[in-house]
Design a protein around this ligand. Sequence first.
Ligand SMILES: Nc1ncnc2c1ncn2[C@@H]1O[C@H](COP(=O)(O)OP(=O)(O)OP(=O)(O)O)[C@@H](O)[C@H]1O
Ligand SMILES: [Mg+2]
Length: 194
Amino acid sequence: MMKFRYDENSTPVNSDEICNLIPSHIQTQSELNLWEQNNIANAERKLFASKKPLNITSDFIKKVHKSMFCNTWKWAGKFRTVNTNIGIDRIKISVEIQLLCDDLAFWFGNNSYPLAETAVRFSHRLVCIHPFTNGNGRCSRLLADLIMVRKGFQRFSWGSKNLTEISEVRSKYIQALRAADNFDIESLLDFAAS
Ligand SMILES: Nc1ncnc2c1ncn2[C@@H]1O[C@H](COP(=O)(O)OP(=O)(O)OP(=O)(O)O)[C@@H](O)[C@H]1O
Ligand SMILES: [Mg+2]
């Protein structure tokens, strides 16, 4: 019987999620991590190669999540239909995502914040909504990176470590998210560039 590891700062992959796993040979958390990383690396290659101007809509967010997890999870690119330990009530997801995309367009249109701050604020709002069953953190960070790269800047370094593993750097990341939950965006902005 496969055991998945998670901490309270992630959406757990529980036993009823296993039926949604596409590859049938995966037995352990580390095999799953590797498989996901490979799926995400393929998605990143395509997304970073594109020179199209970004238009972040609800459909685009789904498209990015889908390309990151299409070989891994059946719910890739689909908003969750159940409530999770992190995130808003499932019935509010569509509306909150729409509001977030509208706010992002307003921030861009009015130069409300410097670009990096816009990207990080967007990423934080997205993980707070937590629209997907899993992969919300990774999808939100990739979208922030895409905002930077499509405007000609480097992607963020996000602590320069794989954040999926439980580590000191991950704790710093979670702390910075909690500060952002309390409307202090500075630490997350610093962390993204660290
Ligand atoms: N207090 C918090 N406020 C906002 N977001 C949070 C908070 N705690 C955790 N998160 C976000 O939730 C993510 C975990 O959710 P989920 O498991 O869906 O994402 P993931 O991509 O699988 O995980 P990870 O980002 O750890 O690789 C964290 O990475 C973080 O971005
Ligand atoms: Mg997770």
